[in-house]
Design a protein around this ligand. Sequence first.
Ligand code: HPA
Length: 269
Amino acid sequence: MTAADIVRERAGADPIDTGLILGSGLGHIAGKIGGVTIPYSDLPGFPPAGVSGHVPQLAIGELEGVRVAVLGGRAHYYEHGDPTVMRPAIETLKDLGVGAVLLTNAAGSLRTNVAPGDVMLIADHINFSGLNPLIGEATDARFVNMVDAYDPGIRSDLQRAATEEGIALIEGTYAWYSGPSFETPAEIRALGILGADAVGMSTVPEVILARFFGMKVAGLSVVTNMAAGLSSEAISHEHTKAMAPLGAAKLETILRRFLASRSHTATKS
Ligand code: HPA
Protein backbone atom coordinates (compact mmCIF):
# COMPACT_ATOMS: atom_id res chain seq x y z
CA MET A 1 0.00 0.00 0.00
CA THR A 2 1.19 3.50 -0.79
CA ALA A 3 1.05 6.30 1.76
CA ALA A 4 -1.87 7.78 -0.18
CA ASP A 5 -3.75 4.43 0.03
CA ILE A 6 -3.29 4.41 3.79
CA VAL A 7 -4.53 7.99 4.07
CA ARG A 8 -7.61 7.20 1.96
CA GLU A 9 -8.32 4.09 4.02
CA ARG A 10 -8.21 6.02 7.31
CA ALA A 11 -9.51 9.43 6.30
CA GLY A 12 -11.79 8.69 3.34
CA ALA A 13 -11.23 9.06 -0.35
CA ASP A 14 -12.61 12.57 -0.95
CA PRO A 15 -10.00 14.66 -2.74
CA ILE A 16 -8.04 17.09 -0.60
CA ASP A 17 -7.90 20.66 -1.83
CA THR A 18 -5.02 22.22 0.06
CA GLY A 19 -1.85 20.91 1.68
CA LEU A 20 -0.22 22.78 4.55
CA ILE A 21 3.33 22.21 5.68
CA LEU A 22 4.00 23.75 9.06
CA GLY A 23 7.32 25.19 10.15
CA SER A 24 9.12 25.30 13.49
CA GLY A 25 6.79 26.21 16.32
CA LEU A 26 3.80 26.57 13.99
CA GLY A 27 2.34 23.09 14.49
CA HIS A 28 -0.64 24.10 16.61
CA ILE A 29 -2.77 24.64 13.49
CA ALA A 30 -2.77 20.89 12.90
CA GLY A 31 -4.71 20.48 16.15
CA LYS A 32 -7.53 22.69 14.88
CA ILE A 33 -8.76 20.79 11.87
CA GLY A 34 -10.50 17.86 13.59
CA GLY A 35 -10.47 14.77 11.39
CA VAL A 36 -7.87 12.04 11.41
CA THR A 37 -4.18 12.13 12.33
CA ILE A 38 -1.68 9.59 11.05
CA PRO A 39 1.87 9.37 12.44
CA TYR A 40 4.54 9.66 9.77
CA SER A 41 5.85 6.29 11.01
CA ASP A 42 2.71 4.66 9.52
CA LEU A 43 3.27 6.26 6.11
CA PRO A 44 5.89 4.68 3.80
CA GLY A 45 8.57 7.14 2.76
CA PHE A 46 7.56 9.85 5.22
CA PRO A 47 10.48 11.30 7.14
CA PRO A 48 11.42 10.09 10.60
CA ALA A 49 10.68 12.34 13.58
CA GLY A 50 13.39 14.91 13.73
CA VAL A 51 13.61 18.43 15.01
CA SER A 52 11.99 19.72 18.19
CA GLY A 53 9.18 22.13 17.40
CA HIS A 54 7.83 19.83 14.67
CA VAL A 55 5.09 17.20 15.12
CA PRO A 56 5.65 14.22 12.82
CA GLN A 57 2.08 13.48 11.84
CA LEU A 58 -0.25 14.05 8.92
CA ALA A 59 -3.65 15.45 9.82
CA ILE A 60 -6.58 15.25 7.40
CA GLY A 61 -9.59 17.38 8.18
CA GLU A 62 -11.38 20.62 7.37
CA LEU A 63 -10.48 24.22 7.96
CA GLU A 64 -12.99 26.92 7.01
CA GLY A 65 -14.90 24.48 4.80
CA VAL A 66 -11.86 23.30 2.83
CA ARG A 67 -10.55 19.76 3.04
CA VAL A 68 -6.93 20.05 4.02
CA ALA A 69 -3.94 17.81 4.66
CA VAL A 70 -1.58 19.24 7.26
CA LEU A 71 1.97 18.03 7.59
CA GLY A 72 2.72 18.86 11.22
CA GLY A 73 6.41 18.74 10.71
CA ARG A 74 8.97 18.68 7.96
CA ALA A 75 12.33 17.05 7.66
CA HIS A 76 15.16 19.38 6.76
CA TYR A 77 18.16 18.84 4.57
CA TYR A 78 20.44 19.50 7.54
CA GLU A 79 19.11 16.50 9.46
CA HIS A 80 20.52 13.81 7.19
CA GLY A 81 22.09 15.63 4.26
CA ASP A 82 19.35 14.51 1.91
CA PRO A 83 17.61 17.25 -0.13
CA THR A 84 15.02 14.71 -1.36
CA VAL A 85 13.82 13.83 2.15
CA MET A 86 10.37 15.42 1.65
CA ARG A 87 9.77 13.96 -1.81
CA PRO A 88 7.53 11.02 -0.76
CA ALA A 89 5.44 13.25 1.51
CA ILE A 90 4.94 15.84 -1.22
CA GLU A 91 4.19 13.21 -3.83
CA THR A 92 1.57 11.82 -1.45
CA LEU A 93 -0.14 15.21 -1.34
CA LYS A 94 -0.26 15.13 -5.12
CA ASP A 95 -1.67 11.57 -5.05
CA LEU A 96 -4.40 12.74 -2.68
CA GLY A 97 -5.58 15.35 -5.18
CA VAL A 98 -4.03 18.40 -3.53
CA GLY A 99 -3.98 21.33 -5.93
CA ALA A 100 -2.22 23.89 -3.79
CA VAL A 101 0.47 23.58 -1.16
CA LEU A 102 1.02 26.31 1.42
CA LEU A 103 4.40 26.13 3.06
CA THR A 104 5.17 27.93 6.28
CA ASN A 105 8.46 28.45 8.02
CA ALA A 106 10.21 30.39 10.71
CA ALA A 107 12.76 32.80 9.32
CA GLY A 108 15.22 35.53 10.13
CA SER A 109 14.48 38.95 8.62
CA LEU A 110 16.97 41.03 6.66
CA ARG A 111 14.62 44.00 6.47
CA THR A 112 14.35 46.59 9.18
CA ASN A 113 10.64 47.06 8.38
CA VAL A 114 9.88 43.35 8.91
CA ALA A 115 10.30 42.53 12.58
CA PRO A 116 9.93 39.46 14.80
CA GLY A 117 6.24 38.58 14.95
CA ASP A 118 5.59 39.76 11.38
CA VAL A 119 4.60 37.46 8.53
CA MET A 120 6.22 37.72 5.10
CA LEU A 121 4.64 36.39 1.94
CA ILE A 122 7.29 34.67 -0.16
CA ALA A 123 7.33 36.10 -3.67
CA ASP A 124 10.45 34.28 -4.85
CA HIS A 125 13.46 32.50 -3.46
CA ILE A 126 17.22 32.26 -3.68
CA ASN A 127 18.65 28.78 -3.36
CA PHE A 128 21.79 29.70 -1.43
CA SER A 129 22.62 26.02 -0.79
CA GLY A 130 23.48 24.92 -4.32
CA LEU A 131 21.49 21.74 -3.63
CA ASN A 132 18.49 20.54 -5.56
CA PRO A 133 16.03 17.76 -4.69
CA LEU A 134 15.66 16.86 -8.37
CA ILE A 135 19.30 15.91 -8.89
CA GLY A 136 19.18 12.27 -9.96
CA GLU A 137 15.67 12.52 -11.38
CA ALA A 138 16.06 10.85 -14.76
CA THR A 139 13.18 12.30 -16.78
CA ASP A 140 12.96 15.61 -18.61
CA ALA A 141 10.36 16.61 -16.02
CA ARG A 142 13.35 17.58 -13.86
CA PHE A 143 13.73 20.81 -15.83
CA VAL A 144 11.12 22.59 -13.76
CA ASN A 145 10.29 26.19 -14.69
CA MET A 146 10.68 28.26 -11.53
CA VAL A 147 9.24 31.54 -12.87
CA ASP A 148 6.16 32.31 -10.76
CA ALA A 149 6.88 29.23 -8.66
CA TYR A 150 5.03 31.07 -5.88
CA ASP A 151 1.66 31.23 -7.58
CA PRO A 152 0.63 34.84 -8.35
CA GLY A 153 -3.08 34.04 -8.01
CA ILE A 154 -2.69 32.46 -4.57
CA ARG A 155 -0.38 35.27 -3.52
CA SER A 156 -2.98 37.87 -4.37
CA ASP A 157 -5.66 35.83 -2.56
CA LEU A 158 -3.41 35.71 0.51
CA GLN A 159 -2.77 39.44 0.24
CA ARG A 160 -6.51 40.09 0.07
CA ALA A 161 -7.08 37.83 3.08
CA ALA A 162 -4.43 39.70 5.08
CA THR A 163 -5.82 43.11 4.09
CA GLU A 164 -9.34 42.06 5.07
CA GLU A 165 -7.97 41.06 8.47
CA GLY A 166 -5.96 44.28 8.85
CA ILE A 167 -2.64 42.43 8.86
CA ALA A 168 0.38 43.82 7.03
CA LEU A 169 1.79 41.19 4.71
CA ILE A 170 4.98 42.33 3.02
CA GLU A 171 6.19 40.29 0.04
CA GLY A 172 9.80 39.32 -0.16
CA THR A 173 12.47 36.91 -1.28
CA TYR A 174 13.34 33.95 0.94
CA ALA A 175 16.86 32.55 0.87
CA TRP A 176 17.51 28.93 1.71
CA TYR A 177 20.61 28.42 3.80
CA SER A 178 21.38 24.78 4.58
CA GLY A 179 21.86 25.12 8.33
CA PRO A 180 21.95 23.71 10.93
CA SER A 181 24.36 26.39 12.13
CA PHE A 182 22.88 29.83 11.72
CA GLU A 183 24.39 32.26 9.22
CA THR A 184 27.34 34.49 9.92
CA PRO A 185 26.81 38.26 9.78
CA ALA A 186 28.98 38.29 6.62
CA GLU A 187 26.72 35.71 4.99
CA ILE A 188 23.69 37.81 5.88
CA ARG A 189 25.35 40.89 4.35
CA ALA A 190 26.04 38.84 1.22
CA LEU A 191 22.44 37.61 1.10
CA GLY A 192 21.23 41.19 1.48
CA ILE A 193 23.30 42.26 -1.53
CA LEU A 194 21.86 39.32 -3.46
CA GLY A 195 18.33 40.50 -2.76
CA ALA A 196 17.14 38.30 0.10
CA ASP A 197 14.56 39.65 2.53
CA ALA A 198 14.39 36.62 4.82
CA VAL A 199 16.53 33.57 5.48
CA GLY A 200 15.72 30.08 6.67
CA MET A 201 16.67 26.43 6.51
CA SER A 202 13.71 24.89 4.70
CA THR A 203 10.90 25.35 2.19
CA VAL A 204 12.95 25.80 -1.01
CA PRO A 205 13.44 22.06 -1.72
CA GLU A 206 9.74 21.48 -1.01
CA VAL A 207 8.73 24.25 -3.39
CA ILE A 208 10.86 22.70 -6.14
CA LEU A 209 9.30 19.29 -5.47
CA ALA A 210 5.74 20.62 -5.34
CA ARG A 211 6.25 22.39 -8.68
CA PHE A 212 7.78 19.20 -10.08
CA PHE A 213 4.59 17.37 -9.10
CA GLY A 214 2.47 20.08 -10.73
CA MET A 215 0.93 21.61 -7.62
CA LYS A 216 0.51 25.33 -7.05
CA VAL A 217 2.65 26.73 -4.25
CA ALA A 218 2.62 29.58 -1.78
CA GLY A 219 4.93 30.26 1.13
CA LEU A 220 4.63 32.30 4.30
CA SER A 221 7.52 33.10 6.62
CA VAL A 222 6.93 33.89 10.26
CA VAL A 223 9.77 36.15 11.30
CA THR A 224 11.20 35.02 14.63
CA ASN A 225 14.35 37.15 14.72
CA MET A 226 16.42 39.67 12.84
CA ALA A 227 19.05 37.84 10.79
CA ALA A 228 22.59 37.48 12.13
CA GLY A 229 24.38 40.75 12.77
CA LEU A 230 21.25 42.89 12.44
CA SER A 231 20.29 42.90 16.11
CA SER A 232 21.98 42.41 19.45
CA GLU A 233 19.54 39.63 20.31
CA ALA A 234 21.14 36.16 20.40
CA ILE A 235 19.86 33.78 17.72
CA SER A 236 19.00 30.23 18.77
CA HIS A 237 16.54 27.44 18.03
CA GLU A 238 15.02 27.98 21.48
CA HIS A 239 14.45 31.61 20.56
CA THR A 240 12.89 30.57 17.23
CA LYS A 241 10.44 28.25 18.99
CA ALA A 242 9.66 30.86 21.63
CA MET A 243 9.00 33.60 19.07
CA ALA A 244 7.09 31.58 16.47
CA PRO A 245 3.74 31.78 18.31
CA LEU A 246 3.84 35.58 18.01
CA GLY A 247 3.50 35.42 14.25
CA ALA A 248 1.60 32.14 14.28
CA ALA A 249 -1.61 33.82 15.40
CA LYS A 250 -1.40 36.20 12.41
CA LEU A 251 -0.54 33.30 10.14
CA GLU A 252 -3.58 31.36 11.28
CA THR A 253 -5.86 34.37 10.80
CA ILE A 254 -4.58 34.87 7.24
CA LEU A 255 -4.84 31.17 6.43
CA ARG A 256 -8.39 30.91 7.74
CA ARG A 257 -9.57 33.91 5.74
CA PHE A 258 -7.78 32.60 2.65
CA LEU A 259 -9.32 29.13 3.00
CA ALA A 260 -12.78 30.55 3.68
CA SER A 261 -12.62 32.41 0.36
CA ARG A 262 -11.21 29.31 -1.31
CA SER A 263 -14.10 27.19 -0.06
CA HIS A 264 -16.41 29.31 -2.21
CA THR A 265 -14.32 29.03 -5.34
CA ALA A 266 -12.48 25.70 -4.97
CA THR A 267 -13.18 23.24 -7.72
CA LYS A 268 -13.79 20.03 -5.88
CA SER A 269 -13.14 17.39 -8.49
N1 HPA B 1 18.33 31.88 9.99
C1 HPA B 1 18.00 30.68 9.51
N2 HPA B 1 16.91 30.04 9.85
C2 HPA B 1 16.09 30.63 10.76
C3 HPA B 1 16.39 31.88 11.31
C4 HPA B 1 17.57 32.54 10.90
O1 HPA B 1 17.90 33.65 11.35
N3 HPA B 1 15.36 32.17 12.16
C5 HPA B 1 14.50 31.13 12.13
N4 HPA B 1 14.93 30.19 11.27
